[in-house]
Design a protein around this ligand. Structure first.
Ligand SMILES: [Zn+2]
Length: 57
């Protein structure tokens, strides 16, 4: 079972890597749909780690 910390780390890496490699995100500094999706996943993971009791539904 992956820990919350792993999930957080993974989603953050995915987001950062996307931002680093995505042309659209770079072009006018407005995040593309993928970026928004990854950022939301990262925020969710961060929230889950901050409040472990509400993480699993
Ligand atoms: Zn992008």
């Amino acid at each position: 079972m992956p820990s919350l910390e792993d999930a957080l780390q993974e989603s953050r890496t995915a987001y950062e890597e996307h931002v680093r490699t995505c042309r659209q995100c770079h072009f006018d500094m407005s995040p593309c749909a993928v970026s928004k999706h990854l950022l939301r996943a990262y925020n969710n993971a961060r929230r889950a780690q901050a409040r472990p009791n509400s993480a699993m539904r």
